[in-house]
Design a protein around this ligand. Structure first.
Ligand code: UDP
Length: 566
């Protein structure tokens, strides 16, 4: 049986375990896993067999599904997916219908992405009233305000992705829309970038902004000037990120069903309008075994875990409660799922491989290509047992392989499930060795030393009062002379690692992920504007699907903070 960390217990009690009306908890973590395993096996012929298998999968913390599945499986609101994209057409009817649907998705713990580019620009003509339009940014603010209110009663903070394409006349206001610290807090924003625009930047050409209603050119600007503005804003606030629309659509598995213009809030799943996706992540720190006292990857356990996890995620599509008929239709026809990983940094540390090294990149390629291959094998097996996804015939997969699911893999941020599993986030390096964790939904800020690091340091007899006070002061061990170089290199933190290795990790995982990779390129406060420009340009050159940077201290609210700042 697994032992939960204090943080895990606190999070589970606050939001995941069932409660009586008076707020008292009536479920243990084990009972939660039983509830989920039972519900997710309810479509199986061999129900009790799979219920037991799924229970073992979850309670061993080898795999966890996205939060809405843990919260809602077997409950009245059985909405189990984390990721949605909803359309916004250029009409009040569409804007407010989607706003209402968004409220219900947020209430159930799901996150939503919108591309606002079909909306006519600010001060454009409104025929029905002979008035002028408010424009996409004004409506984004309304969505933001609604999200803020729904989060009070919902299961967790609703998250949004807001996208505006690079040729929209309001693009400059959009790029600046998050420059003041508290603006549009419930949105991540990204500029929808095309290859033509990137070439215009490189060759210093003019760029046309086009009214989506009239299709007329409203303004001609310098591509480089817009690029510089994007970079400056990203450097000072972390937003906007970029989403590379052409790259995303090159790997759209079902092009006949439409083009993809948007992702879910954290960017790991590009989706069609009304499409949803279920995520789940394998805990890599549980995929190791000891061989002659040295950790090695347990490929057999990993393969078995993938097989069962893909089945689990596919079942969710069958037993899910869909909030809208449109969501049910496209989700059931494509059956997209996203199996990813968490605990990558912990696995590297146990294997004694520095995150910022070519060995780590090679292992990332090897590991993720294995996960993709086994995921596709599992999905193919399911297609033989249960049939292919409905749109398979017109899909990119048709000439290669029978599949049950249009996509199989995503690398999610695992913001909560990695805390429950007590491992490192997603494919991210350790953020800091000591940090202040700002309370979620009003909880007190806590100072923490990374438990895994502490345990390893104590085991190596390297922990002392002096080391502790230095770690608390700086969050790092890189400057402590008494610690051997080999230990320093495996405990590099997010801010110790050169950005090029952050990007190389994103690329290595993206190479074998059919959806996308959620990754933050963390930068120290001293990073320059030119570095941010280089990172965004390199991301496009590497054919990544999107890019997000975060320069330390540049956001008003930051969940993890180095202790020294307080
Ligand atoms: N998400 C959300 N609200 C949040 C965090 C996440 O709606 O506060 C959604 C969003 O679509 C995100 C996805 O859940 O891209 C996966 O995020 P993460 O892996 O952090 O979720 P977890 O399952 O760990 O809670």
């Amino acid at each position: 049986m697994c032992i939960f960390s204090n943080n895990a217990i606190q999070i589970l009690e606050e939001r995941y375990l069932l409660k009586r009306k008076d707020g008292s908890v009536i479920e243990t973590p084990q009972a939660l896993f039983k509830r989920v395993a039972k519900f997710v096996s309810s479509n199986e012929e061999k129900k009790s067999f799979y219920e037991a298998q799924f229970y073992e999968l979850l309670s061993s913390l080898k795999f966890l599904p996205n939060s809405p599945t843990l919260m809602n499986a077997g409950c009245k609101n059985g909405q189990l997916s984390a990721c949605f994209v909803l359309p916004i057409e250029d009409s009040l009817e569409s804007i407010f219908t989607t706003l209402k649907n968004t409220a219900f998705i947020h209430q159930s713990g799901g996150g939503t992405g919108f591309n606002f580019s079909k909306l006519r620009p600010k001060d454009d003509w409104v025929i029905s009233t002979s008035g002028t339009s408010s424009g996409p940014i004004a409506f984004m603010k309304i969505y933001d305000a609604a999200t803020e209110q729904v989060k009070q009663g919902g299961k967790r903070r609703g998250a949004n992705m807001g996208i505006l394409n690079i040729d929209h006349p309001d693009i400059i206001d959009f790029i600046r829309s998050k420059s003041s610290k508290k603006a549009i807090e419930n949105f991540n924003i990204s500029v929808g970038i095309t290859d033509v625009f990137m070439n215009a930047v490189i060759h210093n050409l003019n760029w046309q902004l086009v009214n989506p209603r009239t299709k007329k050119v409203e303004q001609t600007v310098s591509a480089k000037a817009i690029w510089k503005l994007i970079i400056k804003e990203a450097w000072s606030s972390g937003d906007p990120g970029l989403i590379f629309l052409d790259t995303i659509n090159k790997s759209n598995p079902t092009p006949k069903e439409g083009t993809m213009s948007c992702t879910n809030p954290c960017g790991e799943v590009p989706l069609l309008d009304y499409e949803s996706c279920n995520l789940g992540s394998i805990n890599l720190s549980k995929m190791l075994k000891l061989h002659n006292d040295i950790y090695i990857i347990d490929w057999k356990t990993l393969a078995e875990t993938i097989l069962l996890s893909i089945r689990f995620l596919d079942n969710i599509i069958s037993v899910n409660h869909y909030l809208l008929p449109e969501i049910k239709a496209i989700t059931s026809a494509n059956r997209k799922i996203g199996l990813g990983v968490m605990g990558w940094a912990e696995l590297l540390i146990l294997l004694k491989i520095p995150y910022g090294s070519e060995d780590a990149i090679q292992l990332a390629e090897k590991l993720m290509s294995f996960i993709k291959k086994e995921s596709y094998k599992a999905s193919e097996k399911l297609s033989i047992e249960r049939g292919t996804f409905t749109n398979w015939k017109g899909s990119l997969h048709y000439s290669h392989q029978k599949l049950r699911n249009a996509t199989c893999n995503s690398i999610a941020p695992t913001g909560t499930i990695s805390v429950i599993a007590n491992t490192s986030y997603s494919i991210e390096p350790l953020f800091a060795l000591a940090y202040n964790r700002v309370g979620i939904l009003g909880r007190k800020t806590q100072t923490e030393i990374n438990a895994f690091f502490l345990q390893k340091m104590k085991a190596m007899n390297l922990w002392s009062n002096e080391v502790e006070s230095e770690v608390i002061k700086t969050g790092s061990i890189q400057h402590i002379t008494s610690i051997p170089k080999s230990i320093k290199s495996i405990f590099q933190t997010s801010l110790d690692i050169p950005w090029v290795y952050h990007l190389k990790h994103q690329k290595a995982f993206q190479n074998h992920t059919d959806n996308a990779v959620s990754k933050t390129i963390n930068l120290p406060e001293t990073a320059t504007i030119q570095e941010v420009s280089d990172i965004y340009m390199t991301a496009w050159n590497l054919s990544l699907k999107g890019i997000t940077i975060y320069r330390y201290g540049s956001k008003g609210h930051q969940v993890l903070q180095k202790c020294s700042l307080n």
